[in-house]
Design a protein around this ligand. Structure first.
Ligand SMILES: Cc1cc2nc3c(=O)[nH]c(=O)nc-3n(C[C@H](O)[C@H](O)[C@H](O)COP(=O)(O)OP(=O)(O)OC[C@H]3O[C@@H](n4cnc5c(N)ncnc54)[C@H](O)[C@@H]3O)c2cc1C
Length: 584
């Protein structure tokens, strides 16, 4: 039985709202709009049903691997300043093509970001996005099942659609990581509450031990509404406009047929930070020169479409070994006792995202606001070349030939990896069209490390990661031993020197799969803005973009929770504009 009831609508159909994409933001948009009984809402989703395995946290990250049918299987363009260790200087750039979008293939960490992120969006000239306002939406969307205390209670919601829980399982690496934080003077805390500065084990979008996607939370319970319809396998190729530049509907492909759907009120594009700008460009909204070069007629010359791509780069490969049994080995996660524990109690290694043990947020640059981090650390109890080596090295597409020897030395050992991650990098990339064919993958250029400050900050991040691994909690507690194998390509630099780590950074830095910012929300004074503060596309009517692409600056943590919040926030802007009373 398919988990999501879907429909096949007529080849030409008219509704009030068309929502393009059922991902982290599209699902709440559709659910909230269909609360208005007299509005007909149609969701067009390019992907299909999620696989049963995608619901099991411990194995579901396999869906993010290249080749999965639930993934667009994009890659970055060859990077000039980074990714030197990866095939052709490119890496896979997974993005969910499935009902639920990237919330079906992500690692389920639920991290909202920093108060400053949202106050900055508002200060740029985007009213209604300040922290106090968005906090109401974070609470509204949440059904918090984690531990509540006097400190974190005011920041959480219960009874909302999305289940958020404390992670149910961690290896000894997790406990040692938190102890290492305390040893270095950093508290263990709920980073979605008062302060983000410290160590934690992530809360996750998991319900009763199973992944809880945005579609599980917002669409599944509401698809019985007579005014909400979801049509899967429907790839939108173009937005249609009338002579007054009002969006009247979309053209899409389904079952090899070109069909049309018309919207009486609005078309809402929620296709994510890669596909939303792609769809605008295909529809003639974007930088005129780029469109002209591809023979696409320009409707609105909007230079910001596809620009301002931000992601959180991380440096892979900073690894420690531990004695057998301490980390997430294949045997431990997929072994019979783990399966039994999961089957009967929904607990154990299979109930938690594979290898994800903890996060930390720090400010490493001198000066600045001490409550705002510039670095996130992710500790995963797998490491390149270790137990899950095939999975990890293929996920990031390490150059096989060059690194075979390097990985061989590590094979079969257990271990962990601490990845420093820039919370708000200075480098900016872009998404552009490869051709005017809507089925051609776009050119995704994160332009990682094009800003030299990003490399210098990574240098500090790597040193802090080494300090975590060097604590008594890590060394004596779990027998952590740093893997000091010189990295191919960096052997000319004295091992461990600043230049060695700079070289290491440029070789190993890559994506954490958080594209954002490509349809930037900004006031009209900003020439690179694409949407207004109520998420309306500039220069046209009846068209909004509501997803991770609207972030002017990326949030200081993983982007799923903010994308869902953006969906909730955006739906209320639509309601307000159409005279519907909102309750928040
Ligand atoms: C491998 C991976 C791991 C991640 N891990 C985490 C994590 O642990 N924590 C976290 O917070 N974030 C994580 N993220 C990021 C997070 O999941 C995303 O930021 C978030 O899901 C983005 O939401 P969105 O609504 O902008 O886009 P999406 O959720 O990607 O939704 C876009 C939807 O639009 C559909 N679509 C696109 N184009 C079309 C079209 N032309 N026609 C019809 N439909 C279309 C897509 O199929 C998709 O369903 C991860 C992402 C990935 C890929």
């Amino acid at each position: 039985k398919s988990p999501f009831p879907t429909v096949i609508v007529d080849d030409e159909v008219t509704v009030d709202f068309i929502v393009v994409g059922s991902g982290s933001a599209g699902s709440p948009v559709a659910a909230r709009l269909s609360e208005v009984e007299e509005w007909q809402v149609l969701v067009l989703e390019a992907g299909g049903q999620p696989s049963p395995e995608s619901a099991v946290p411990g194995i579901s990250s396999f869906a993010a691997l290249e080749g999965s049918a639930m993934n667009y299987n994009y890659r970055t363009t060859p990077q000039k300043y980074a990714q030197f260790s990866y095939t052709n200087n490119t890496t896979p750039y997974p993005s969910g093509k499935v009902i639920g979008g990237s919330s079906v293939i992500n690692y389920m960490m639920y991290n909202r970001g920093n108060k400053f992120d949202f106050d900055r969006w508002a200060a740029l000239g985007n009213p209604g996005w300040d922290y106090q306002t968005v906090l109401k939406y974070f609470k509204k969307l949440e059904d918090y099942g984690g531990q509540l205390t006097a400190e974190n209670r005011p920041y959480h919601g219960t009874g909302g659609p999305l289940r958020v829980e404390n992670k149910r399982w961690g290896s000894a690496v997790m406990t040692a990581f938190l102890a290492a934080g305390l040893e270095l003077g950093h508290p263990t805390l709920d980073i979605n509450a008062g302060s983000q500065m410290g160590f934690n084990t992530p809360d996750v979008t998991v319900k009763n031990g199973k992944r809880h996607t945005a579609a599980d939370a917002f669409l599944r319970p509401n698809l019985q509404r007579p005014n909400l319809r979801l049509q899967s396998g429907s790839h939108v190729t173009k937005i249609l406009f009338d002579d007054n530049l009002k969006a009247t509907g979309v053209e899409y492909r389904q079952d090899n047929k070109t069909k049309r759907a018309y919207a009486r009120k609005e078309v809402v594009v929620c296709a994510g930070a890669i596909d939303s700008p792609k769809l605008l460009l295909l529809s003639g909204i974007g930088p005129q020169q780029h469109l002209q070069g591809l023979g696409i007629k320009t409707l609105v010359d909007l230079p910001g479409v596809g620009e301002n791509l931000q992601d959180h780069p991380t440096v892979f490969g900073i690894s420690w070994s531990v004695p057998k049994g301490e980390a997430s080995s294949v045997k431990r996660v997929l072994g019979p006792s783990s399966k039994l524990l999961y089957k009967h109690l929904r607990k154990g290694p299979l109930s938690a995202p594979l290898g994800v043990e903890g996060n930390a947020w720090m400010r490493l640059e001198e000066g600045g606001d001490p409550t705002v981090p510039d670095m996130q650390f992710l500790i995963i109890s797998q490491a390149l070349g270790f137990n899950f080596d095939l999975l990890l090295s293929s996920a990031i597409s390490l150059k096989n030939k060059e690194y075979r020897g390097y990985l061989k030395a590590l094979r079969g050992i257990e271990g962990f990896n601490i990845g420093p991650m820039l919370t708000v990098p200075k480098s900016r990339g872009s998404v552009t069209l490869r051709s005017s064919d809507p089925f051609d993958p776009p050119l995704i250029d994160p332009n990682f490390l094009s800003h030299p400050d990003d490399v210098e900050l990574f240098l500090k991040g790597i040193k802090f990661a080494l300090a975590i691994g060097n604590t008594t909690a890590m060394r004596d507690g779990i027998g952590a031993m740093f893997v000091a194998e010189p990295l191919p390509g960096c052997q000319t630099h004295p091992w461990g020197s600043d230049d060695y780590w700079r070289c290491f950074t440029r070789h190993m830095a890559s994506t954490t799969y958080h594209p954002a910012g490509t349809c930037k929300m900004a006031p009209l004074t900003d020439p690179l803005g694409v949407v207004t503060s109520t998420l309306k596309v500039r220069g046209v009517n009846g068209l909004r973009v509501i997803d991770a692409s609207i972030m002017p600056y990326i949030t200081s943590a993983n982007t799923n929770a903010p994308a869902i919040m953006i969906g909730e926030r955006g739906a209320d802007f639509i309601k307000e504009d159409h005279g519907i009373q909102i309750n928040i």
